[in-house]
Design a protein. Structure first.
Length: 193
C-alpha cells in the first residue's frame, strides 16, 4: 500500500514535469509566443532544467532537444521506478534492460504527446465555440492549427461547422491504441524472454 501511494506521488510529479517540458517543446516547435500566462508558467517550471542543457544539447532540425530529451529521461526514470516499486525483477542482460527501459520510456513519451495534442485540440475547439476572443484562445489555436491543417484541406466545413477536430481526435485515439501496443514489444529486452 505504501509503495502504491509513493508511486502515485512520484508519477504525478514526473507526469507534471514531462508535461511542462513537452509544452515547452511544442510551443517552441510552433514558434508560439511565451508572452502569456501559460507560456510564462511553462518557462518558470522548466528553465532550471532546459537552460543548462541548451549549453550542451543544440537544437536539431529546428526542434528543441533540451526540452524533449529531459522529458524522455523523466519518463524512462518513471518506468524504472515503477518496476522497482512493484518488485519486478530485471535479470536480463543489462544492455537489453537499458534499451527496454529507453524504449518503454519513449512509448510513454509518445502517449503523453498524443494526450497533449488531444487536450490542445479540445481546448481550442471549446474556445472557438464558447469564447473565441479569450486571451488564451490564440495560443491554443496556434498550437492546434498544424495538426488540423492537413485535415482541413481534405474535409470541407459542413454548414460552417469544422469537423476536422473530430476527425483528428478519432485518428489520435487510434494512434493511442497503436502506441499502447508498442510497450509490450520491449518486454523481451527487459525480461530476457
Amino acid at each position: 500500500m505504501l509503495a502504491s501511494m509513493l508511486l502515485l506521488v512520484i508519477d504525478a510529479v514526473a507526469g507534471f514535469l514531462s508535461l511542462m517540458l513537452l509544452a515547452r517543446f511544442f510551443m517552441q516547435w510552433q514558434r508560439v509566443s511565451f508572452h502569456n500566462q501559460v507560456g510564462q508558467f511553462v518557462q518558470a517550471t522548466t528553465d532550471w532544467c532546459v537552460k543548462p542543457l541548451r549549453r550542451v544539447l543544440p537544437g536539431m532540425f529546428g526542434l528543441d532537444m533540451a526540452s524533449l530529451l529531459p522529458a524522455w529521461a523523466v519518463q524512462t526514470g518513471m518506468v524504472f521506478i515503477e518496476m522497482a516499486l512493484r518488485g519486478v525483477s530485471l535479470d536480463a542482460n543489462p544492455a537489453g534492460v537499458l534499451l527496454g527501459l529507453w524504449g518503454v520510456g519513449l512509448v510513454e513519451l509518445m502517449r503523453m504527446m498524443i494526450y497533449m495534442v488531444i487536450a490542445i485540440v479540445l481546448i481550442s475547439a471549446v474556445f472557438s465555440w464558447v469564447n473565441p476572443h479569450a486571451p488564451l484562445a490564440p495560443l491554443f489555436y496556434s498550437l492546434s492549427t498544424p495538426f488540423l491543417r492537413p485535415l482541413r484541406k481534405i474535409i470541407p466545413p459542413i454548414a460552417n461547422v469544422d469537423l476536422s477536430p473530430l476527425i483528428l481526435l478519432l485518428v489520435l485515439q487510434a494512434l493511442l491504441m497503436f502506441v499502447g501496443g508498442l510497450r509490450g514489444a520491449f518486454a523481451p529486452l527487459m525480461f530476457g524472454g
